[in-house]
Each structure stands twice: as C-alpha cells, then as structure tokens.
Design a binder for this molecule. Structure first.
Ligand code: KIV
Ligand code: ZN
Length: 516
C-alpha cells in the first residue's frame, strides 16, 4: 500500500474527551492514558489545551516530555498568547504539533466571534504563520465547518495552507452532517482548493445524531487521511467518533475501503478500560468492539455456528482487540519483583519506590481478600494508589454499616479531616445512602450527587467493585473513583475522592468560548 493509503489516527481523548462534563482528569491520569495511546501506536495525541489552566499546561508538557513515538499536539485558539503557550508546553516533544482553530460558519462568525469573514481569514493566516514560526507541524481547523459555506471554506483553507498549515481539519462541530453530504463536502474541498495536495485533510465528527463514525468513514472514502477520534467516543455532549470503531472498521473492511492505520489493535480493550476507569464513564455492554457483550453469543444457533467455524457470526476476532488477554496474574504468594514486572508489562510506570511500596501493600491486602488477581485489579489498584496524590483533605479511617431486612440502614463513619478524626452516623434509604449522608454530615459540601455507578472489575462475586461518584457544585463537576471488594467501602472511597477533587480542582478556560 502507498503512504496515501494510510489513515492517520489523531486521538483527542485528553482534549475533546476531557470536555465531556465530569470527565476531567489529573495530569498523572492524562500521562497514563497518553502512554496507553503511544503503546497502541496512535499517530497524534492531542494532549490538551495548554492555555486553559496551569494544570493543563503542565499535563501537555509532561506528555510532550515523555511520549516519544507519537506526535504530541496542543490545541490553541487563533490567538498569539494561546499559540505561544502551546509552543512552550511542546518544547520537549520529539515531534510536536500546534493545532490552531477559528470558527468559519456564518452563525459562529456573526454571533460568537462578531467578526466579518475577511477578518476571520486574516486572523487564521496570522495564527498559522505565527504557529509555523514556533513549530514545524501546524494543523488548522475550521470550527463548525459542517455548517460553513463551501466557497468560504475553500478560500480560508487555501490561505491557511499558503500560510504553512500541513493538516487541514474539517470538523462537524455540532454533529449535524449526514454521511453522503459530508463526504461530498470533503470531495469538493479536495477538488476545489488549488493547493489541497500540500496538506492532509482531516475530519473531526461529533456524535449528536449518532453519525460520528459513519461520517468519518464516508470522509475517508472521499479522500480524508486523518481521523480525529476518542477512546470510547468520549467527548463534548454526545461525544466524538470512537477510535476503536473507526480503527476496526478500517481494518475489518480494508477490502472495501482500501486504507489502513498503524494501530496495534490488541491494545484497544485495555485503553478503553483505562479511560473508562479514570473518567468513571462506564462502557455500555452492547458497545461495539469494547462492550462486554461485543463478542458474546447468546442464542444457541449462534453459539453452535461459532463453535463450528468462528467466522459464521464473527467478523473480527475478540483477540484482535484485546479480549481474552485477561491473564490471571498473581495471588497472595507473589513477590514484589513479579508485581513490578507485571506493572511494567501493563505499561504502568510508578514514579518511585515509595509509590511502588504503597501499591504493593495494597496488592497484598487485596490478595488476602481475593483469590485471583487480574490485570484489571492491578489497574484499579494503581489508580487508587495514584489518586492518593490528590491532596487528601478528607480520608476514610473506618466505616461500619448495618443493613437488615425490614430495618432502616445505618452507617457509622470515621473520617480524618486534615489529620483530625471526626465521627458521624446517619440513617438512609439504603446502606449507600446512609454512608453518603454520614460523610456529608462531616463534610457539609453542599455538592449535589449527579451520578453513582458500580462496576464489577472482573468476574465472580469476589470481584472488586469500582465505584464512580459524580458531584456538582456551582457548575464544577468532578468524578471520584474508589475500588474495593466491599462495595460500601468502595462507595465511601469514591465519594471522599470526589470531595477531595472538588477542593483541588481549579476553574479552567474552555477553548470554544470566543476570546478573539
Ligand atoms: O469540534 C470542534 O470543532 C473542535 C475543534 C476545536 C477542532 O473540537
Ligand atoms: Zn470537537
């Protein structure tokens, strides 16, 4: 295949994905996801929006400094200060990219930017030139291209390529496009923009009508050679095109599409689980590729067919995306060296000996309660160890819950609040409710509970429960996570983690708010 047959996979889980309400991640979590993306051989990792906050800057910088095999990209509005901040964060990158954008649709130009089309073109050209002076690899996006006029798009894209952009992105920002119409738009741009051959055309589709993946694939058929996507389809509102679906559609239907990616697909499932665990956004069981039922056959006829010849009902193998790689790793007799080696194999790098010791102590405690420890257990355990890095204003000391048929459940809790123990007890409509009320009677956070979810990390009743608690206060949303074989303890840990995150998280700028 020629290089023109390769589709560049641009992952924006850490930037657009993080724009999902409640999906904010710590710098350490972002670095862990970036490493998983690198391992999967993602071409470009959009690490964040460097100017949004000091934390975002630090996360982009840490990813740029540590990731060597993928290009690391920072988003910036078409503003000098944004572009300079992005360039600064990307200084240590082996291969860095500045991604600058401005809105091009009549509705955005008139109401959001309050700018004339000529001014928008001038601003875009200035931004691309400024970015090119600071970084050899510049991508330009026409925000809301899906609702922009084709003549105006041709004009601004030609000018951006002349100014030095080497990737031109055509986002369907509001998820409005329909596959054949979006494909026609890409085909027209490739035909009509005179210098189109000097840039890679990229697509970035949102899923408001459930068409993000279909639109992206239609655009590839029309000649787009970069697809912007996220793990599990995370992203603003209904999300972005799901990386795993794009990659597996291209791989499975290479016969029809005639293109390929360089993604190492057996790493897909672990990346999906990592993102789901960190963000607390569960994957629905019937989700393509990474859902628990994606390769499960219920009907007897199907089971019989698959046993006789797998391809009767399966168009790709479960192993090709990482299923069944769920090795039983260790038990309570496993030593520290084996523990460290397995973490290395999973691509989990702990910062130092003290983190390793803390994680190993948790592993031993878990192995006492649970017979077999799987990779997923290790990932949850490490997440738990690392979430200890969030400044712990509140800490769980002890939890006692009484629940009996016909009686009102009661929880007694001891929390350490900045090092001082406080006791509380409360009743509730159920044991979890009683636990949260007891915590709140100490914390008095006045945050509202928006989501409570429990997932079994592995199979069996001795599995750890992984709990996510989403709290909202004054427009700020945080997701707390906790894992334990006792789901009430996991619930308390998740609630306390959310309270600590609420204290630690700072407000940050949103890229798509006009500030031109
Ligand atoms: O959806 C969108 O338009 C974006 C751009 C900033 C690329 O995320
Ligand atoms: Zn987007």
């Amino acid at each position: 295949m020629s290089s023109n047959d390769r589709v560049i996979i641009f992952d924006t889980t850490l930037r657009d994905g993080e724009q999902s309400p409640g999906a904010s991640m710590t710098g350490e979590e972002k670095l862990r996801i970036a490493k998983a993306l690198e391992r999967m051989r993602v071409d470009v990792i959009e690490a964040g929006f460097a100017i949004a906050s000091p934390g975002d800057f630090a996360a982009v910088k840490a990813i740029a400094d540590n990731i060597k095999d993928s290009t690391v990209c920072s988003l910036s509005r078409a503003l000098d200060a944004d572009i300079e901040r992005a360039a600064e964060a990307l200084k240590g990158a082996n291969s860095g990219r500045i991604h600058t954008f401005i809105a091009t649709s009549p509705i955005h130009m008139q109401y959001k930017l309050r700018m004339q089309p000529d001014q928008v073109v001038a601003q875009a050209v200035h931004a691309v030139k400024h970015a090119r002076n600071l970084c050899g690899d510049v991508e330009f996006s026409c925000e809301d291209a899906g609702r922009s006029e084709i003549d105006f798009l041709c004009r601004i894209i030609e000018a951006a390529i002349d100014a030095g952009a080497r990737t031109i992105n055509i986002p369907d920002t509001v998820g409005y496009a329909i596959p054949h119409q979006y494909a026609e738009m890409i085909a027209q741009l490739l035909n009509r923009v005179p210098n189109a051959d000097k840039a890679v055309f990229s697509v970035h589709c949102h899923n408001d009508l459930g068409l993000a993946v279909a639109n992206s694939l239609a655009a590839v058929v029309a000649g787009a050679r970069q697809v912007e996507c996220t793990i599990n389809g995370l992203g603003e509102r209904a999300g972005n095109a799901a990386l795993e679906e794009i990659v597996m559609a291209i791989k499975t239907r290479e016969d029809l599409l005639g293109v390929h990616t360089r993604i190492d697909t057996p790493h897909i499932l672990s990346a999906s689980r990592l993102v789901s665990g960190i963000t607390g956004f569960p994957v629905q069981p019937n989700k393509a590729i990474v859902g628990a039922n994606a390769f499960a056959h219920e009907s007897g006829i199907h089971q019989d067919g698959v046993l006789k010849h797998r391809e009767t009902y399966e168009i790709m193998s479960a192993e090709s995306v990482g299923w069944n790689a769920n090795k039983m790793v260790m038990g309570k007799h496993s030593g520290r060296a084996a523990f460290r080696a397995r973490l290395d194999e999973l691509g989990i790098a702990l910062a130092g000996e003290s983190e390793l010791n803390a994680a190993f102590a948790r592993f031993k405690a878990l192995a006492d309660k649970k017979h077999e420890i799987f990779d997923e257990d290790l990932q949850a355990l490490v997440s738990d160890t690392l979430s200890d890095e969030t400044p712990e204003h509140f800490k769980l000391v002890c939890l006692e819950v009484a629940s009996k048929t016909g009686e009102v459940p009661e929880a007694k809790i001891v929390l350490s609040v900045d090092g001082r123990e406080q006791h509380a007890e409360s009743q509730g409509s159920g044991p979890v409710d009683a636990t949260f009320k007891a915590i709140e009677s100490i914390a008095s956070s006045s945050a509202s509970l928006q989501l409570y979810s429990v997932n079994a990390i592995t199979q069996g009743t001795d599995s750890q429960g992984e709990v996510t608690v989403r709290l909202e206060k004054a427009g700020r949303i945080v997701n707390g996570n906790g894992a334990d074989t006792d789901i009430l303890v996991a619930s308390a840990k998740a609630y306390i983690n959310a309270l600590n995150l609420m204290q630690a998280s700072a407000a940050k700028a949103h890229p798509q708010v006009a500030d031109i």
